[in-house]
Design a protein around this ligand. Structure first.
Ligand code: VAH
Length: 318
């Protein structure tokens, strides 16, 4: 049976890249990109698009009826920094949106659902180094506890309704195809844009703030590998830890300087995003992903920096 894939939140950092990767894999016409806003350039001309608002039940029901998706990727979310500015909106979009999609996935017999979680589900009392799959989780951001609650909903719909919903706790994601968004880790995207445009960047996180990060190519490969894995191999129905590469703004700046020698970094103080970053782990243990579906990272800090600058240069300096 051919696949019909619905990607909700296609304009976002993950969505932009996932739509292109899924279209390469399944064929452009089999992947419906959707978003509440008009399609961004990167996906506008490469296949079908629908306007979708995950909080509009009638709109969603119409799209599910029209396209009868076999897979649904729900990427629409409000991230950590914006979530602290708009807490009720973040909870509503991240939670009500997810539960509505889970309900329609059951009603319409969707074969597989993907939903992104985050290392933001960990909190100040979680182990900070090599944070394990199972441990104390006391996230203190709306984004973080909406993702933690969402993981519980995903596992519940698997157990109670047999819905094959799968999820990854992404680290901070770094890619060149989408602009920096409303996340705390988006300093690590913005720095590349500023390095090329201005030769300098003021980080809103302090020099030694270590966070788990991942190059987008690895994140997309992990997502597709997880979704292609036979269901019987999936032992985690909340969300899999994904480790990535852990580094600080100072370490990232040093790597950029190897390619842009005059690049200079400075550090702002008292940014509210520092407290968010301080509540998250410095590194993650992703042994369950390695064991269950053979996960193996490909990009390290050096190769990620090289690839980011090589590609972003063509976009920014073109
Ligand atoms: C954020 N990019 O910064 C997201 C991510 C681990 C953080 O989930 O909010």
């Amino acid at each position: 049976m051919s696949e019909k894939i619905l990607v909700i939140g296609a304009n976002g950092q993950i969505g932009t890249e996932l739509v292109n990767a899924l279209r390469d894999k399944y064929g452009a016409e089999e992947v419906i990109a959707s978003d509440i806003n008009s399609p961004i350039y990167a996906i506008r001309h490469s296949g079908p698009f629908e306007f979708v608002n995950v909080l509009d039940k009638d709109n969603l029901h119409h799209i599910f009826t029209k396209h009868q998706p076999t897979q649904v990727y729900l990427l629409a979310a409000i991230l950590s920094a914006v979530g602290e500015q708009k807490p009720k909106m973040a909870w509503d979009l991240n939670m009500t949106g997810l539960i509505q999609i889970l309900d329609y996935a059951v009603e319409f017999g969707v074969k597989k659902v993907f939903w992104p979680s985050s290392i933001a589900v960990f909190g100040p009392h979680s182990p900070q180094e090599n944070t394990p799959q199972y441990c104390v989780m006391d996230p203190n951001t709306v984004y973080g506890f909406s993702k933690l609650a969402g993981e519980r909903w995903c596992e519940y719909y698997y157990e109670k309704h047999g819905l094959d919903v799968r999820s990854l706790r992404y680290p901070g994601l770094i890619g060149w195809r989408a602009n920096p968004g409303g996340g705390t880790t988006d300093y690590a995207v913005h720095i590349f844009h500023e390095a090329l445009k201005k030769g300098s960047y003021q980080s809103f996180l302090s020099a030694n703030t270590a966070l788990p990060m991942m190059y987008m190519d690895d994140a997309i490969r992990a997502t597709i590998t997880l979704m292609d894995t036979p269901a019987e191999q999936i032992t985690i129905r909340s969300s899999y830890n994904l480790a990535g590469i852990s580094f600080t703004p100072a370490q990232l700046a040093e790597e950029i300087k190897k390619l842009i020698p005059n690049f200079e970094i400075s550090y702002a103080e008292h940014d509210p995003r520092q407290a968010i970053a301080d509540s998250w782990p410095k590194s993650i243990d992703d042994s369950y992903a390695q064991k269950d579906w053979g996960w193996k990272l490909e990009y390290d800090l050096k190769t990620m920096t090289e690839d980011m600058l090589k590609n972003l240069k063509n976009v920014i300096l073109a």
